[in-house]
Design a binder for this molecule. Structure first.
Ligand code: URA
Length: 265
């Protein structure tokens, strides 16, 4: 019989590192017949605010409704602060209920360059800032190699809430969060956009191929108000596992440095 400590270690290893509720649920007990179940509360829209945000007590709305709602409301945020508040009120993404807090962004909103990662991990969820864990430390080094630090860049993720156990975000979760990161890019309005890793480059830049093929190539990203230079490169978490690709990343970073020098002059 494994001890409680051994069981906990096993759960942690399997990625189960957060509790979803205070009390355990026995899923082997039969559920009440449907007529006995309390009726689901209808989706409501908070109207006190100028921008409506969907609210469902205790449960997220169906993904399709949430995607439609996100597409409707995100473009209405007039500033980064408004966008942050909008996300704080948005209950359309179930990840919000398991995350500790919103991880909106870090860095300088006036920056010429913006990095977009995938989703916060455990450290980010605790601190409320993107890229503060191990991969964040490597990102800091990557930026430092081309003379950048967090006072000169803006950093965000496609998904602003940590997926439980650091699992991959589902395609629906990505689609729900995409309008918000697109609006964030539009509001920051950088000259250069760098997407870290395949999920970010596929979702934001609409690139279909894997990161080996897409990395290091400049493409135009249409913010909705203008076209900016965008590039995909390796995610620092991937580089921690595969340091051999740091060489190629260095080439990408040099190219980013040149692009920034170009827009500065
Ligand atoms: N990985 C990401 O993609 N984003 C973070 O903020 C941290 C790790």
């Amino acid at each position: 019989m494994p001890s409680a400590r051994e069981l906990l270690a096993f759960y942690l290893e399997a990625g189960v590192d957060c509790a979803l509720s205070e009390t355990p649920v026995n899923r082997l007990v039969e559920e009440p017949a449907s007529e006995e179940r309390p009726a689901a509360k209808p989706a409501l829209f908070r109207t006190a605010n100028p921008i409506p945000a969907p609210v469902l007590a205790g449960a997220a709305p169906a993904p399709d409704a949430a995607i439609i709602s996100a597409r409707e409301i995100a473009p209405g945020a007039a500033s980064l602060q408004e966008l942050r508040e909008l996300l704080e009120r948005f209950d359309g993404c179930a990840l919000k209920s398991t995350a500790t807090r919103l991880v909106f962004a870090d860095g300088n909103p006036e920056a010429k360059i913006m990095f977009v990662g995938e989703a916060p991990g455990r450290d980010e969820d605790i601190e409320g800032l993107p890229f503060v864990g191990r991969s964040g430390k490597l990102l800091d080094l990557m930026m430092a190699a081309i003379g950048l630090d967090r006072s000169k860049v803006y950093i965000a993720n496609i998904i602003p809430w940590r997926p439980p156990g650091n699992r991959d975000p589902s395609p629906q979760e990505t689609q729900i969060c995409l309008p918000f990161i697109r609006r964030q890019i539009q509001l920051v309005d950088p000259d250069v956009l760098v997407c870290l890793g395949k999920p970010s480059s596929q979702a934001v830049l609409d690139l279909k191929d894997g990161i080996m093929k897409t990395r290091g190539k400049w493409i135009d990203y249409d913010t909705g108000t203008r076209k900016i230079k965008a590039m995909a490169t390796f995610h620092p978490a991937y580089l921690l596992r595969q340091p051999i690709y740091k060489r190629l990343t260095w080439q990408d970073l040099r190219s980013v440095q040149k692009a920034l020098a170009g827009v500065a002059s």
